[in-house]
Design a binder for this molecule. Structure first.
Ligand code: ATP
Length: 233
């Protein structure tokens, strides 16, 4: 579904990605792990064309999308839950969900308002509330719901549970497990390793803009050295 080969990226003269390699199969959940500033957000933004790759290739569903404008890449079916949520503050919950909704890929069982409200009952009770009046947890649920309403084939979450209380975090992880069960592919960045180990099939640890470790959850559980040296856990 998604393949990065030797992707490099720069901010001006400063290089942020140094040959990223990553593969995500359809229906899989993969994580990007690594300490702050190692290039996780840059990787996501490069996949989506928000940051332009200066070298290497990004393939989505076999198609070379390197250098494509962001909206064209997103239109292929990538839903982003960005760091900081970035919901529309002066639209209601319902309006946030429908504003960018579409099913132009013709998914057989599309996400609808009802389905999103069933996934996050908290949002249903707040359907008329403005975005800027929501709690952090509600905003994150809304950001996920909004991405689902574009009926993507790949869902990307940058910092899925950052800054949320433990109970809310657990609701987000449970929702992601439900979303995963629908067969959607997911790429997720987060710091809660134990939750990620439960959810994901494959893990990529990034250090200074390239992958230094890749493998299954079992392999990562067993590799104390990798966890300690790359993640500090
Ligand atoms: P975090 O968890 O802190 O968001 P990250 O792993 O997502 O970290 P990135 O945000 O991708 O890391 O940053 C990778 C490198 O690129 C860092 O050295 C960072 O300082 C640099 N960088 C990120 N965004 C910009 C920008 N807009 N302009 C210049 N440098 C940037």
């Amino acid at each position: 579904m998604l393949q990065l080969s030797q992707v490099t990226a720069h901010y001006g003269t400063s290089q942020a990605l140094f040959g990223m390699d990553l593969t995500l199969e359809a229906g899989q959940v993969a994580t990007l792990l690594g300490r702050n500033g190692m290039g996780k957000t840059t990787t996501i933004n490069t996949i989506l064309g928000i940051v332009r790759a200066s070298g290497g290739k990004v393939l989505f569903d076999g198609q070379d999308v390197t250098g494509w404008p962001s909206f064209r890449i997103a239109n292929l079916g990538i839903g982003l839950v960005p760091e900081g949520r970035q919901i529309f503050p002066n639209l209601s919950v319902r309006e946030n969900l429908v504003a960018t909704a579409s099913n132009h890929l013709g998914q057989a069982e599309p996400w609808t308002l009802e389905r999103v409200f069933a996934l996050f009952p908290e949002l249903q009770g707040r359907a008329s509330a403005m975005g800027n009046l929501l709690s952090g947890g509600e905003q994150q649920m809304l950001a996920i719901g909004r991405a689902l309403m574009t009926n993507p084939r790949l869902l990307i979450l940058d910092e899925a549970t950052e800054g949320l209380a433990p109970l809310i975090r657990q609701k987000i992880w449970a929702a992601l497990a439900e979303i995963r069960a629908t067969g959607l592919s997911i790429l997720v960045v987060d710091k809660n390793l134990q939750d990620l180990l439960r959810l994901a099939d494959r893990h990529y640890i990034i250090q200074r803009g390239h992958v230094v470790w890749a493998g299954s959850g079992d392999a990562l559980r067993a590799d104390e050295t990798a966890r300690a040296s790359y993640l500090g856990v």
